[in-house]
Design a protein around this ligand. Structure first.
Ligand code: LLP
Length: 422
């Protein structure tokens, strides 16, 4: 459930008409709903109830400082994949002691900064990374808390680009090797084994792959326990899907209940702190992208609605053939309906936001591309020298611009002409 709905024919974010934001801030523009972010985060917290847990929001999904700050105020932890994300979390008031650090290619300076601020755990993805982390921690005279990201080889049944838990993905340590790598971790002087982690993919609409992964992780924990290696937490990553169209992913409550049931039947399971790293399920339906129709262009075989947002603003349709709802912001004026491909100004045939959508629109009308709060603005680029869009946070009957639209001169900030006078 989210807080974007029609009132008297006008689409609102909470109590604010989206048309007002578009008129005052311009388009394209991302609009987030604070109440929706909070609702989605609390759904996870409530689902885990009294069981020891930490919800580490996956910063990559939407790293705007205001978004991070809303979640930090609710006590969220954060899953980061770069020192840039770490600095954002700190700038947004996040608690470093609740940060887990994922990613296959952590650099020494990133490890050092994370150790310096005292993060909760490094999710280590390979043997060389483990050794490097031990060396960096040794140089700094600290002990690094580690969890191994295990690749359980389960099929998440999602788009191949966002499926991460299969043998031939670059992520994690193969489950068969994990036992030995844990033994090595336990023997290295500057590391402390803190947890076990996996992340099998994104936009999962079924709990079965998560339960399969859990089963494999519990077998590994049994073996480790026999060797005297115990972990404090189990991190099951992110990946819970959202309804973009007609998908019916499980709610956090149903997902968590199934996991908790299984853990309750495993010795020590009730004390094991459970971590989740949800990104999409918190942010996607808490955001919408507003765009204005520039031209309607009837064609022989297709009609095009050419809008002022493009693949550089929202790349998911072009990159993954992702389907996101496209709705008129104001339905009060009568219009003729037609079937359109909704396309942007970028010079690529792949530049579309939606195909074959029935819309009753005229030039100048506003459209809302729904479910754009996750992997939307964060994946934007300046391709075709297009300034990146503004971002707005709605809170009740107010809104605030939480990232200014880029200016034209921002486009070449940092670039220089050649000094060579020829
Ligand atoms: N943890 C790790 C280690 C991850 O790699 C990811 C996402 C998450 C957590 C959060 O997963 P979520 O709850 O959001 O599914 N750009 C793609 C999605 C890429 C996901 C990458 N990893 C898209 O737009 O669909």
């Amino acid at each position: 459930m989210d807080h974007f709905e029609y009132r008297d024919g006008q689409l609102h974010a909470e109590q604010v008409p989206l048309a007002r934001i578009a008129d005052e801030v311009g388009t394209p523009c991302y609009v987030y709903s604070r109440a929706t972010l909070e609702r989605h985060f609390k759904a996870y917290q409530n689902a885990l109830g009294e069981h020891p847990h930490l919800i580490c929001y996956a910063v990559k999904a939407n790293s705007n400082l205001a978004v991070l700050n809303v979640l930090a105020r609710l006590g969220a932890g954060f899953d980061i994949v770069s020192v840039g994300e770490l600095e954002r979390v700190l700038a947004a008031g996040g608690d470093p002691a609740k940060v887990v650090f994922s990613g296959v290619a952590k650099q020494e300076d990133e490890m050092a900064r994370a150790l310096q601020v005292g993060i909760k755990c490094f999710n280590v993805e390979s043997r060389p990374e483990l050794e490097r982390l031990d060396a960096v921690a040794g140089r700094l005279g600290v002990i690094a808390p580690v969890s191994l990201r295990v690749n359980p080889d389960v099929d998440a049944g999602t788009h191949p680009y966002i499926s991460t838990g299969l043998k031939d993905n670059k992520f994690g340590i193969p489950v068969e090797q994990a036992f030995e790598v844990y033994q090595q971790a336990a023997s290295l002087p500057n590391l402390r084994v803190a947890g076990l982690d996996c992340h099998i993919g994104s936009q999962l609409t079924d709990t079965a792959p998560f339960l399969d992964a859990l089963e494999r992780l519990l077998l590994l924990l049994d073996r480790l326990r026999e060797q005297g290696i115990e972990v404090d937490h189990l991190d099951l990553g992110g990946g819970l899907g959202v309804p973009y169209r007609d998908e019916t992913p499980p709610e956090p409550f149903a997902y968590a209940s199934q996991l908790l049931d299984r853990l309750a039947r495993w010795e020590g399971g009730k004390q094991l702190t459970l971590l989740f790293e949800p990104g999409r399920s918190i942010a996607a339906n808490a955001g919408t992208m507003l765009t204005r129709v520039t031209y309607l262009k009837p064609g022989e075989t297709k009609n095009f609605a050419i809008v002022d947002a493009a693949m550089n603003d929202l790349i998911r349709p072009a990159l993954y053939q992702a389907w996101q709802a496209i709705l008129p912001v104001d339905t009060r004026e009568p219009r003729d309906a037609a079937i359109y491909d909704v396309v942007g100004p970028v010079c690529e045939t792949g530049d579309f936001l939606g195909k074959e959508r029935e819309l009753a629109i005229a030039p100048g009308d506003l459209l809302a591309v729904r479910s754009a709060g996750a992997y939307g603005f964060v994946m934007a680029s300046n391709y075709n020298s297009r300034p990146r869009a503004a971002e707005v946070m709605v809170d009740g009957d107010c809104y605030q611009v939480v990232r200014k639209r880029e200016t034209l001169s921002d486009l070449w900030a940092g670039e220089t002409l050649l000094e060579d006078p020829r």
